[in-house]
Design a protein around this ligand. Structure first.
Ligand SMILES: NC(=O)c1ccc[n+]([C@@H]2O[C@H](COP(=O)([O-])OP(=O)(O)OC[C@H]3O[C@@H](n4cnc5c(N)ncnc54)[C@H](OP(=O)(O)O)[C@@H]3O)[C@@H](O)[C@H]2O)c1
Length: 362
């Protein structure tokens, strides 16, 4: 018997009020033909996980009693890295020791173990398999556990909508220091696309600018600089030098910060909104629509990949290859380890309330 601990909630609300740790048994001798038992290596806390618990996110797990709770409960977490520890007799695609990630969202990744149908997982090379394949390095827990949302979002926003000419064209983004923003700058650089990352001013601004430039951002500017008239001509000069255009804008903030990046787009440019960190609506002046033909559209990686496993696999393979080549660096997380001392839900809560991104390792 394996004792699994799982973080779940029975009603929506603030995580501190609704999260519970529940323990249940998995009987490995009763594993189904096509099932696998996995142990969790790491799972992150994403802003969307918190929104899901609050009940303000459109994609939701189904309430279930399968873990032995008296009332139906919803399991937390969408991303995670797992190791296969048992396989059913009919499982062909996975072996014990393989690393896997969820194929789709809402698997419930804030738990120590899971017994699931093998079709719910996608295999990633583990470090030994990367070595055997002659790759310079293997994935870390953080890279594996956070691969399916932020790097995929950045890569797909850069490649799926607008043709950008390497060496010439540009994209501009607000929240340039967000995890997605950091992947976008790095992937932009790998693809030869210039970038302007807009960030909020802060005491250690120069440190942040240096860090983001080291990660591939061509230029890093503050929101104030982006909205100043004088700075407009500086930006025009940068773009003129490469002979390209700012064809894409990424917005994860909303409000006047969205107007700021949209204003920098060339005629016929596209602004993709993928987040709403300020909780303010996207504001696009009428003139940008009429006289510059700017398009504003939404991006949701869950919806784009829900019925396109092929695109997901292709994109994952690209990101894995860059990680293995050491060309892509993951957005850093504060790691907290589950050692049984604190309840699992308390560990996730400390990550939710703590500063910056958190990864729970097991
Ligand atoms: N649509 C999709 O498919 C998709 C995929 C991935 C992520 N997302 C969304 O993208 C957003 C960013 O995700 P992430 O994981 O990259 O987040 P993250 O690493 O936690 O970064 C959050 C960013 O938002 C900025 N921010 C927070 N509150 C703000 C405010 N009131 N005004 C201006 N900026 C603010 C932060 O800037 P400071 O450092 O200045 O606080 C930081 O740059 C989230 O909304 C997430 O849900 C969407």
């Amino acid at each position: 018997m394996i004792t699994s601990h799982i973080v779940l909630y029975k009603q929506h609300g603030e995580p501190k009020d609704v999260l519970e740790t529940h323990s249940y048994q998995i009987d490995e001798t009763k594993i189904g033909n096509d099932q696998v038992i996995v142990k969790t290596l790491a799972s992150p806390i994403n802003p969307s996980d918190i929104n899901q618990i609050q009940g303000v996110y459109p994609s939701k797990p189904k309430p279930t009693t399968e873990f032995g709770t008296t009332e139906p409960a919803l399991v937390c977490g969408n991303e995670g890295l797992f190791e296969v520890i048992h396989t059913g007799a009919g499982v062909k695609d996975f072996q014990v020791g393989d690393w896997v990630i969820p194929a789709l969202v809402n698997l419930g990744t804030w738990r120590t173990h899971a017994l699931e149908d093998s079709s719910k997982f996608i295999k990633l090379r583990n470090p030994e398999q990367s070595k055997a394949a002659g790759k310079p390095q293997g994935l870390t827990y953080n890279q594996g556990a956070t691969i399916s949302v932020n790097p995929l979002t950045a890569y797909l926003m850069l490649t799926h909508y607008v043709k950008l000419t390497p060496g010439k064209d540009w994209f501009i983004q607000n929240g340039g220091n967000s995890a997605v923003g950091q992947y976008a700058s790095q992937i932009g650089k790998l693809l030869g696309i210039n970038s302007i990352s807009v960030v909020r001013d802060r005491d250690n601004l120069q440190e942040l600018v240096a860090e983001l430039e080291a990660k591939g951002a061509t230029h890093v500017i503050t929101e104030e600089q982006n909205s100043s008239r004088e700075y407009s001509s500086t930006i025009k000069d940068w773009v003129k030098e490469t002979g390209g255009e700012i064809k894409l804008a990424f917005n994860c903030v909303g409000g006047k910060n969205s107007t700021g990046v949209a204003r920098k787009l060339a005629n016929n440019g596209l602004m993709l909104t993928y987040g709403g960190m300020s909780f303010q609506p996207v504001i696009l002046p009428t003139s940008l629509h009429i006289f510059k033909n700017i398009t504003s559209a939404g991006f949701w990686v869950t919806a784009l990949l829900a019925n396109n496993q092929e695109l997901k696999q292709e994109t994952l393979a690209k990101i894995v290859d860059w990680y293995e080549q050491g060309k892509l660096v993951d957005a850093s997380s504060t790691e907290v380890k589950f050692d049984g001392e604190k309840k699992l839900s308390e560990l996730y809560l400390s990550g939710i309330t703590g500063k910056g991104k958190h990864l729970v390792t097991y």
